[in-house]
Design a protein around this ligand. Structure first.
Ligand code: 13P
Length: 253
């Protein structure tokens, strides 16, 4: 991993204030692993509280609305999230693309709004099992990213991409190292095409999908993997920081 590894916890729709003790434990452990950048994206209801607890880790949101303000019941703008302490926003997660019918162009609009609010973006992509079986996974993911990524001047420096094959999310079946390396290499080529050789090479590409402390070392060692986007295993400090520790050990080796 040439860049500082980035380990991000996506808490999804999990956590009440009782989870703040885990956030504190994650933050304390992250202070001892300075070679690794650790961040969490709690649900909106905990964002500000986790931000206040955190001395080391960055706190982010799991989605934002493309607009700035107005009559959008139940929605939250990027500016509001920044005001609550969010430094980044996860966009285009397959769970949102699926259950909220988010198209690539809708995700791209959200990305522009997040950049405009001064936030960093973690742009998710990934194919369903049927597409992987048909042999078209790379074509699908590259097209998805082409249509979802923002191409503003300041985009690359504020961007992380997360490859999360849908069939690997929450299933216990992570992708193979070979599949991850191949996909990340294809994504890197697209980033270089979109943002230029230098800036495109700097964007970290995370892998997500059933990452845990046991398989982290192998997955994080794969070509072009710059970190992990972790769901289930990010809900306790022990398992989440086990993954961060694996990233630190790779840096040391
Ligand atoms: P799991 O780690 O639970 O498979 O979830 C991955 C994910 O969707 C992170 O965004």
């Amino acid at each position: 991993m040439p860049q500082r590894p980035y380990i991000v916890g996506n808490w999804k729709m999990n956590g009440t204030r009782a989870m703040l003790s885990e956030a504190r434990a994650i933050d304390r452990a992250a202070q001892r692993l300075m070679k690794v950048e650790v961040a969490v994206a709690p649900p909106y209801t905990l964002l500000h509280a986790v931000h206040r607890e955190a001395a080391q880790i960055a706190v982010g949101a799991q989605d934002c609305h493309p607009g700035q303000e107005g009559a959008h019941t139940g929605d939250i703008s990027a500016g509001m999230l920044a005001d609550a302490g969010a430094k980044f926003v996860i966009l285009g997660h397959s769970e949102r693309r699926e259950s909220h019918a988010e198209s690539n162009s809708c995700v791209q609009e959200k990305a522009l709004a997040a950049l405009d609010a001064g936030m960093r973006i973690i742009m998710c992509c990934g194919e369903a099992d049927k597409i992987r079986q048909s042999g078209k996974a790379e074509d699908f993911v590259i097209q998805q990213l082409r249509e979802s990524l923002p191409t503003l001047e300041n985009a690359a420096e504020n961007l992380t991409v997360a490859y999360e094959p849908i069939w690997a999310i929450g299933t216990g079946n992570s992708a193979t190292v070979g599949d991850v390396s191949a996909m990340h290499t294809a994504i890197r080529a697209l980033l270089v095409e979109l943002y230029g050789v230098e800036e495109g090479a700097e964007v970290r590409i995370l892998y997500g999908g059933s990452v845990n402390p046991e398989n982290a070392r192998e997955l994080l060692s794969a070509d072009e993997v710059g970190g992990a986007l972790v769901g289930g295993a990010s809900l306790t400090a022990d398992s989440f920081m086990g993954i961060a520790l694996a990233a630190a050990e790779i840096q040391d080796s």
